[in-house]
Ligand binder design. Structure first.
Ligand SMILES: Nc1nc2c(ncn2[C@@H]2O[C@H](COP(=O)(O)OP(=O)(O)OP(=O)(O)O)[C@@H](O)[C@H]2O)c(=O)[nH]1
Length: 395
């Protein structure tokens, strides 16, 4: 492929991605969905690159005077690549990327124009390659952020982008250091490598972004299977998953594991008096209060409605009562500020320890029975499940 064809392919490729992006994640007519900010920045970056490459291609076939087309086109391509790297940082959680990328972009475009003005061939090529290479490398660094937890896809994209960015950057240095080539590495081969690297970066960036988006959605769905979105603690399924190994461990000799069930008292009144959104605020706040009373090893889960369970590893029933008392007092002392009122609530607790012959059904039933008797006994209190001997005696 000659250079005009590659530049045209870069222009059309970027513009095709822009066209697809125009419809991608647009809010639907029913108002559902919404376009993430990073995607909007990324869309802009692709439009700038598409326009830049198109201008270069047109300049190359003498439609627009080359002296005008070239600096403007390179300026657009540099801005587009910088914005693409910024969008990757935004996606990686760097919310203040504009503060760094805006001045860096202005500096880069000025440096390029200065080099172009001094030397239209050598220095211009050096500046363009180094600047583009540096911005692509920055994008690779954004992809590599949180490497240890990153998926294989993100690691691959980070490495491939970094490698191609180096090819782009090195080309500029070699053009200046060895203008007539370097051994078998002729100038023409180097230029082909440079153009191919830019072409691959366009494809990798486009497909990579879309695949990463898909990966994010899959992660969110997997998380929603086990986490309650309102309170950010385990949901019923998540809690039972955490409980399973402790049930097996209870069949072996060793320290006991306790289970505390608690239910907020008269919560219906909060919803009825102040509305469901206020109820949600109260619920979220009280869960935060409870979390603060627990150790890192304790596990909190929302079983249903306003009923929660806490798994306390290596804790006896008596110690679990102390934890429950701490939480009861903390909940009762909390006043939650909502739009219409300060709301305070209480909670009732049922406490038990996992027994060797327990199944999750018998365990939960016993704790639930204790919780019901706390409710029946006047609420805002803790009840202990009867010991195993008492149950046998009753039978
Ligand atoms: N705001 C809000 N309310 C919820 C949520 N989940 C359940 N509820 C409400 O919580 C209330 C729970 O009511 P119950 O547990 O039956 O009874 P209660 O009013 O708490 O009274 P007692 O449990 O007998 O003390 C119901 O009105 C549910 O609609 C939620 O996610 N947000």
């Amino acid at each position: 492929m000659d250079s005009t064809t590659i530049v045209l392919a870069l222009a059309l490729g970027n513009l095709a991605i822009c066209a697809a992006l125009f419809f991608f994640e647009q809010p639907r007519q029913d108002g559902a969905g919404g376009r993430p900010a990073a995607l909007t920045s990324w869309g802009w970056s692709r439009q700038m690159q598409g326009a830049g490459w198109l201008l270069l291609a047109i300049g190359g076939v003498n439609v627009v005077p080359e002296r005008l087309a070239l600096p403007v086109a390179y300026g657009l391509v540099i801005a587009g690549v910088a914005w693409e790297a910024g969008a990757l940082w935004e996606r990686a959680g760097g919310r203040h990327w504009r503060r760094i990328f805006r001045p860096a972009l202005v500096l880069a475009v000025c440096a390029f124009l200065l080099c172009y003005w001094i030397d239209e061939i050598g220095l211009r090529a050096l500046a363009a390659s180094l600047i583009l290479g540096a911005f692509y490398l920055s994008g690779a660094a954004a992809l590599a952020r949180g490497w240890a937890q990153a998926s294989m896809l993100r690691r691959f994209l980070a490495l491939a982008t970094a490698l191609l960015a180096l090819v782009v950057g090195i080309r500029g240095a070699l053009v200046l250091l060895a203008p007539s080539g370097w051994g078998w590495m002729s100038n023409e081969l180097l230029r082909q490598l440079y153009s191919s690297a830019l072409y691959l970066l366009m494809l990798l960036g486009g497909f990579g972004w879309l695949l990463l988006g898909r990966e994010d959605v899959q992660d969110q769905l997997a998380r929603l299977e086990v986490v309650d979105p309102l309170t950010d603690c385990a949901n019923r399924r998540g809690f039972f998953q955490m409980l399973a190994p402790w049930m097996s461990l209870a069949r072996r000799p060793g320290p006991p594991t306790a289970l505390v069930l608690f239910d907020l008292d008269q919560f219906k009144r909060v919803n009825d008096s102040y509305g469901h959104p206020a109820g949600d605020v109260v619920l979220r706040t009280l869960v935060e209060v409870c979390k603060r009373q627990l150790r890192d090893s304790d596990q909190l889960g929302r079983l249903v409605g306003v009923e929660f369970a806490i798994l306390l590893p290596r804790t006896s029933q008596e110690d679990a009562v102390m934890v429950a008392e701490r939480m009861r007092a903390a909940i009762a002392a909390t006043k939650v500020k909502t739009e219409r009122a300060m709301i305070s609530l209480t909670a009732s607790f049922g406490v038990t320890a996992i027994r060797a012959d327990d199944s999750s059904v018998t365990l939960l039933a016993r704790a639930d029975e204790a919780l019901r008797s706390a409710k029946a006994g006047g609420r805002d209190r803790i009840e202990l499940a009867p010991p195993a001997q008492a149950i046998l005696a009753e039978a």
